[in-house]
Design a protein around this ligand. Structure first.
Ligand SMILES: NCCC[C@H](NC(=O)CCC(=O)O)C(=O)O
Length: 429
């Protein structure tokens, strides 16, 4: 078994529109000028880095932006440019929503239960409806098409449609799997939020989490539904993966991630006695520092030699308490033997760190061979990607550019060139 990280490529329309209430980075960078080309190249550099660490790497593709088709449901008529121009004139916020490149954060594409855990022994993927935020709610149909193309072999994969929209589901960002190793049967933790009277929205609905577990045929004895702490949501942890991450036997979490941590740890230890729970005390790293640095929105991976590495955003260097804690952790004799800091500043300024940018899919060799290879990367394909980005991605997008027909055309042309360059025929995605 190997765990593949499917990173979402930053799309040509990447911009800072301040669309995610409750996501502090999104709000604080609203209206800034974005650098789509640099952002996408930062993402390719991350994928190259993971390949260089000996880890398999996959890719999910930017969605069709601007999404004029979605606007037509709102009564806008005419050809794409007419629809978009009318929306920009009548309600520019709508255009900002249909220009969002938020599909890059593929931790929200869906929830993946690897084959050892599921009732029928196949890898089950439930597409997330992302219904809480309008701009994200656009994503499910195109995400479903991509996942059904990539994981189309019904002998190894089952891809489930998104749940009905009132049941908010944000996918793998609110999910953690622990097991002796990827290939062994594991336990699956689904983290949900309870609506807060005041303050930020809780984006994961418990009923949705339970529905995903039911559809995947998980054993209830190996499944736990965990309430995210109100304090974490209030501090701006709009997904669990901002305050916790798990890999095989290790849970790396902030002390205040869960409403009832003792119950979570007791469940984990009862089902996985060899579990190692690395809890970071608030006294050493406050929730605010954790969210400013995205310490826990890291990739916690098992390298080919069996040691674990923590892939953190460069921002962790800029928060002294966080960087100090990481040095202390490395000096100890824990399971995490190395920390790698990557520059993902463009994505981070919209609240997406290393973990947001990837969907984890653990597969055995037969299932791996069944994946559509166009969604898998090697260094040569990274070179191809980088060449297309440098040639077609906009250098910068300022707020007013979102209403510019030339920008709409450039975004469409860039995505068309990408799909063609990667071997996708017209209409496949
Ligand atoms: N897993 C990380 C997701 C970050 C994402 N940010 C955004 O959509 C910001 C988009 C903007 O504000 O332009 C979100 O909040 O869902």
């Amino acid at each position: 078994m190997r765990e593949i990280n499917f990173d979402g490529l930053v799309g040509p329309s990447h911009n800072y529109a301040g669309l995610s209430f409750g996501n502090i980075a999104s709000a604080s960078n609203a209206g800034a000028v974005s650098s789509p080309r640099a952002a996408a190249l930062q993402g390719v550099a991350k994928m190259r880095h993971m390949l260089a660490l000996g880890l398999p790497q996959g890719l999910l593709l930017p969605h069709d932006r601007p999404d004029a088709t979605w606007l037509r449901q709102l009564g806008f008529a005419g050809d794409d440019d007419a629809v978009l121009a009318a929306a920009w004139r009548e309600d520019p916020g709508l255009l900002r929503n249909v220009m969002a490149a938020s599909a890059m954060w593929t931790a929200n594409a869906g929830t993946v239960s690897p084959a050892p855990d599921t009732g029928d022994g196949r890898c089950h993927i439930s597409v997330a409806n992302l219904s809480t935020m309008l701009h994200r709610s656009l994503e499910a149909p195109q995400t479903a098409r991509q996942l059904r193309l990539a994981f189309g072999d019904p002998c190894h994969f089952a891809v489930h449609d998104a749940l009905p929209s009132p049941l908010g589901d944000e996918g793998a960002a609110n999910f953690m799997r622990m097991a002796p190793r990827h290939a062994a049967r594991g336990i699956e933790l689904f983290v949900y939020g309870v609506r807060q009277e005041s303050g930020f929205p809780s984006r994961q609905n418990r009923t949705a989490s339970a529905a995903v577990a039911r559809r995947h045929g998980l054993d209830p004895a190996d499944t736990l539904f965990v309430q995210q702490s109100a304090a974490a949501i209030a501090a701006g942890a709009f997904h669990n993966d901002v305050v916790a991450v798990a890999n095989e036997t290790v849970l790396f979490t902030h002390e205040q991630a869960f409403e009832d941590p003792a119950a979570v740890y007791a469940f984990i230890r009862s089902r996985l006695p060899e579990a190692i729970i690395l809890e970071v005390p608030a006294a050493q790293v406050s929730l605010e520092a954790a969210i400013r640095s995205y310490l826990f929105n890291s990739q916690l991976v098992t390298l080919p030699d069996g040691a674990m590495a923590l892939i953190v955003p460069g921002e962790c260097r800029e928060v002294p308490a966080v960087w100090a804690w990481l040095q202390t952790m490395l000096a100890g004799n824990g399971p995490i033997r190395s920390v790698e800091a990557l520059d993902l500043r463009e994505s981070m300024r919209n609240g997406g760190g290393p973990a947001c940018l990837r969907l984890r899919v653990a597969v055995d060799d037969a299932a791996y061979a069944a994946i559509d290879p166009r969604f898998l990367l090697d260094p040569a394909r990274c070179d191809l990607l980088a060449g297309l980005i440098e040639r077609y991605w906009p250098e910068r997008i300022a707020p007013d550019d979102l209403g510019d027909p030339a920008m709409w055309r450039q975004c469409r042309a860039a995505r068309a060139a990408l799909l063609d360059g990667l071997g996708f025929g017209p209409g496949e995605l």
